[in-house]
Design a protein around this ligand. Structure first.
Ligand SMILES: O=c1ccn([C@@H]2O[C@H](COP(=O)(O)OP(=O)(O)O[C@H]3O[C@H](CO)[C@@H](O)[C@H](O)[C@H]3O)[C@@H](O)[C@H]2O)c(=O)[nH]1
Ligand SMILES: [Mn+2]
Length: 253
């Protein structure tokens, strides 16, 4: 029996290079995980969030594998729910109108915005590929593959990583793979590439989540807002009373 693999990553940071905060960390994670598991779906959480309901994973897969719309779904977004809000919710910290009204209603159009934590992504959409529009076999790795950086290991993993039908066997970490993982984590890896713009999480903006989601919508992908019962609190976060305004300010920006 093989135990699940848990890997802690710390990207290289260096004076003169903008580490690009969460977006920069996620892009390193995206590349490194391509060599570790190359899973076609990824879950994104913040360090101040946790998963409250283990059924959430199954719920997302139902949307991703849905025979009608699944192939065109780039991400499934859960609401954020908060611990320690006073029972009368005087300051509207649950943000019910935003989550249970606006985001849910967007399911009737192209789907909700990407909201940061509590999101299941399709790997191919994060690579900047367009939606297959009913024909999965037409997912193409962009011909100019070198634009993804100079890692042949990574580029070779891309087509396989877009194939949701395959099973995943974790790789054996031999030395050549280890060296490549280090290369993918260096801050110079993205120099002269579209990472942070057309590929991966978007840089140079306070709300990388919203613009990354908009880029996918612009390409024609859809998204799904998913709030499951009975507990209906799949993702939980505890610091809301102290942070009600910064995300709102950032969104306005
Ligand atoms: O230099 C940094 C800064 C942040 N993070 C990560 O980014 C997350 C979000 O940062 P946080 O300080 O918690 O910001 P919030 O304002 O609480 O985050 C909301 O707004 C952000 C910008 O829209 C989104 O990235 C978040 O997912 C969303 O929860 C953190 O949990 C970290 O995991 C880094 O990895 N490196
Ligand atoms: Mn936070």
């Amino acid at each position: 029996m093989r135990l699940p693999m848990l890997v802690y990553l710390s990207r290289e940071k260096r004076p003169g290079y903008n580490h690009q905060k969460k977006a920069g960390a996620m892009n390193v994670m995206l590349r490194v995980s391509a060599l570790l598991s190359n899973a076609p779906f990824l879950i994104n959480l913040d360090c101040d969030h946790y998963i409250n309901n283990s059924q959430s994973f199954r719920a997302t897969m139902c949307f991703m594998l849905d025979p009608h719309d699944g192939q065109n779904t780039a991400f499934v977004q859960f609401p954020q729910r908060f611990d320690d809000v006073d029972p009368t919710d005087r300051y509207a910290n649950h943000n019910r109108v935003f989550f249970d009204g606006t985001m849910l209603s967007l399911n009737g159009l192209q789907g909700p915005s990407y909201l940061g934590p509590g999101t299941m992504f399709r790997r191919a959409a994060l690579y900047g590929m367009g939606p297959p529009r009913w024909r999965a076999d037409t997912i193409k790795v962009i011909s100019k593959a070198k634009e993804f950086g100079k890692s042949t290991f990574f580029i070779n993993s891309m087509i396989d990583g877009a194939n949701q039908e395959r099973s995943i066997t974790p790789i054996f970490l031999e030395e050549s793979v280890n060296n490549e993982l280090s290369t993918l984590m260096t801050c110079a890896y993205e120099d002269g590439t579209p990472w942070g713009r057309d590929v991966g999480w978007v840089y140079n903006i306070a709300t990388e989540d919203v613009v990354t989601g908009f880029r996918m919508h612009r390409q024609g992908w859809r998204s799904i807002y998913c709030s499951i019962e009975p507990s209906c609190i799949p993702w939980h976060c505890s610091d809301q009373p102290h942070r009600a305004s910064p995300p709102s300010i950032a969104l306005v920006r």
